[in-house]
Ligand binder design. Structure first.
Ligand SMILES: [Zn+2]
Length: 346
């Protein structure tokens, strides 16, 4: 599947180590529990200090890495800025902790700041948590105690070291000077509401966050805390922006290896989602079913409660895409969950 992609370094850095990648850029890798196993973060040398792009998750192994080998990569240079590509905990989890230890400033896009702020502000807010549960119940997922705990944000807040003390909002079209380079700020939706990507057009480098990953497809889902009504459309829309970048662009993704072949990867990812849509349309030919039931058919195998929610979110995003385009219909009874079926016209 990845035949068209060229991985430029023979080996990625081991966990909790770093590798020089290009002038002024070091590639650092931190452990992430669960299936992802690692996240790549990028240390940019500003001469009189450093800028870090993404932080790792707030887990003991990552904090130990920063206190040990990764802290040493700073070589005494002050960490002045922390840029978080988005609010997910592997990206922003240690922003508060690192900012406090180093006196660094935190930079994020407005939609991502809004999301992390909302998740902190709503902790313990029974009305908000009930509203999130209602969203899942309307799609056929039971309001179990486990699901309630996930929706209360307990898991998220545990792997965050605190609310990132954001001092600067980065806006699309701005330029960020870091690592001796001029980075254009891009903001793309789909994986989350406003993920930040950094593009150095002169050197053809793209810090891509989770927007384009070489070996896995990032989660594109509908979740109650998000604002985007049609995230799959937003995600595919963003491909046009990325497809316009130079073909030889070196992509620095958050998971997997640095690669060239952005156009080929976009084609693969588009095909993946279009195939998913076709499979879904096939499933809708049977009796009307809830999104949770459809997700079970799409994602076979035993999923833990969190992954069941992610699978439901992803299924909902694809169902919404079909529904908006008249390729799926919804039956919404006055009580009980809504059900999806094939569109009469389609
Ligand atoms: Zn993410």
């Amino acid at each position: 599947m990845s035949a068209a992609l060229e991985y430029v370094l023979e080996r990625p850095p081991e966990l909790a180590t770093s590798l020089p990648l290009a002038a002024g850029i070091e590639w650092l890798r931190l452990p992430v529990p669960g299936g992802l196993r690692h996240i790549n973060v990028w240390l940019l040398d500003d001469g009189d200090g450093c800028t870090l792009v993404d932080t790792g998750m707030n887990v003991a192994e990552s904090r130990a890495a920063w206190e040990g080998p990764l802290g040493a990569t700073l070589r005494g240079r002050p960490l002045r800025r922390i840029v978080c590509t988005h609010h997910h905990p592997d990206h922003a989890g240690l922003a508060a902790w690192l900012a406090e230890r180093h006196g660094a400033q935190v930079l994020m896009t407005a939609p991502e700041y809004d999301l992390v702020h909302y998740l902190y502000a709503s902790q313990g807010d029974a009305v908000e948590i009930d509203a999130r549960l209602a969203h899942y119940a309307a799609n056929g997922l039971l309001a179990t105690a486990e699901n309630r705990s996930i929706l209360a944000g307990e898991g998220y807040l545990r792997v965050m070291s605190g609310l990132p003390p954001v001092v600067q909002i980065l806006r699309p079209g701005e330029v960020l000077n870091a690592g001796g380079r001029r980075w254009d700020v891009l903001q793309l939706a789909g994986h989350t509401d406003g993920q930040l990507l950094l593009h150095d057009a002169d050197a053809q480098l793209l810090i891509a966050g989770d927007q384009v990953l070489p070996r896995i497809s990032s989660n594109i889902g509908i979740y109650p805390e998000r604002r985007d009504p049609d995230p799959l459309d937003s995600f595919l829309d963003g491909f046009e922006r990325l497809a316009a970048l130079a073909p030889g662009t070196l992509v620095l993704p958050s998971h997997g290896e640095v690669f060239r072949g952005l156009g080929a990867r976009l084609t693969q990812l588009r095909r993946h989602h279009l195939e998913r849509l076709e499979v879904l349309e096939g499933l809708l030919q049977g009796a009307p079913a809830t999104a949770a039931e459809i997700a079970l058919r799409l994602y076979r195998g035993a999923l833990d409660p969190l992954n069941r929610m992610l699978a439901l979110g992803e299924t909902l995003a694809h169902l919404r895409y079909l529904e908006v385009r008249g390729r799926a219909a919804i039956e919404a009874p006055p009580t009980g969950p809504r059900r999806y079926l094939a569109s009469c016209g389609g």
